[in-house]
Design a protein around this ligand. Structure first.
Ligand SMILES: [Fe+2]
Ligand SMILES: [Fe+2]
Length: 264
């Protein structure tokens, strides 16, 4: 059984130091094989925020897979955004924008859905290109069928009805169709809301904001723990409760010929 911790939207610059310590304590107890971090590592892509994020990552005693989010692109410096969009990311976080980790029981693939420019007036919206979809499918073609297949992207491929005003990742619907029966679970963030749902036979699972004070009304910091294999997966929600992270709920999913479905 594989155990993966999924944290997101850390937003260094707006992080809560006590929650950060609580996260490290909780991870020590869970002892994940991998920590997935689905973007928005910083608040305004400032150098000191990237430095704080770098210091945090250096304390993580687990392998991690990380992709950028829209907040990791600088907003108020157009020349930097256009000409050197990922310079600080590569300097402080990773040379890779789209890492891939192959392990004995799983493959974890990162895809960068943040864009420096967009025709959409909302530049925070994400996009997945046909080339990115083709690359992911190629990588999965050589993956043993028994391996759990995780994809990580910052932006959402599915949104709950209360978030209908937010936009899905551009080309998300056709990408989901292409990923059917190839990708098991997509791990994302961006909306700062934890939820998991099967869409087109694929599990779409979002982590809330794990460390930041950018909380939705009536929500607290959270992260998810994914456990299982290609037959059965559980998504556990861990919520911050003033002193520490506590187990809040679990959803269980099973895979059949038509894809994944939630067990009730
Ligand atoms: Fe965010
Ligand atoms: Fe975001």
């Amino acid at each position: 059984m594989t155990t993966i911790a999924h944290i997101s939207d850390l937003h260094f610059g707006c992080e809560a130091p006590m929650v950060r310590e609580g996260l490290l304590a909780s991870l020590e107890h869970i002892n994940p094989e991998l920590v997935v971090i689905s973007g928005d590592l910083t608040q305004q892509a400032k150098r000191r925020e990237f430095q704080a994020a770098h210091a945090f990552l250096a304390t993580l005693p687990y392998p991690y897979l990380i992709v950028p989010g829209n907040h990791d692109l600088v907003e108020n410096n157009l020349p930097e955004r256009l000409l050197f969009p990922w310079q600080k990311w590569r300097q402080y976080i990773s040379r890779e924008l789209e890492p891939v980790i192959h392990e004995e029981a799983y493959v974890a693939i990162g895809v960068n859905t943040a864009r420096r420019v967009s025709l959409n007036p909302d530049w925070s919206r994400g996009s997945i290109s046909r080339m990115q979809v083709a690359r992911i499918r190629r990588q999965l073609q050589t993956t043993p069928t028994t391996h759990l297949r995780l994809l990580t992207a910052h932006h959402p491929f599915w949104l709950p009805p209360m978030f209908a005003h937010r936009e899905l990742v551009k080309r998300g619907a056709s990408a989901l169709q292409a990923f059917q029966s190839e990708v098991d679970i997509i791990l994302s963030g961006h909306v700062h809301l934890a939820y998991a749902q099967v869409t087109q036979g694929v599990i779409v699972s979002h982590a809330g904001t794990t460390l930041s004070n950018r909380l939705l009304l009536h929500h607290t910091n959270s992260f998810n723990v994914i456990r299982g294999d290609r037959q059965r997966l559980s998504v556990e929600l861990m919520e911050w409760g003033s002193q520490r992270f506590r187990f809040a709920r679990q959803q269980v999913f099973r895979r059949e010929d038509a894809g994944w479905h939630q067990q009730h």
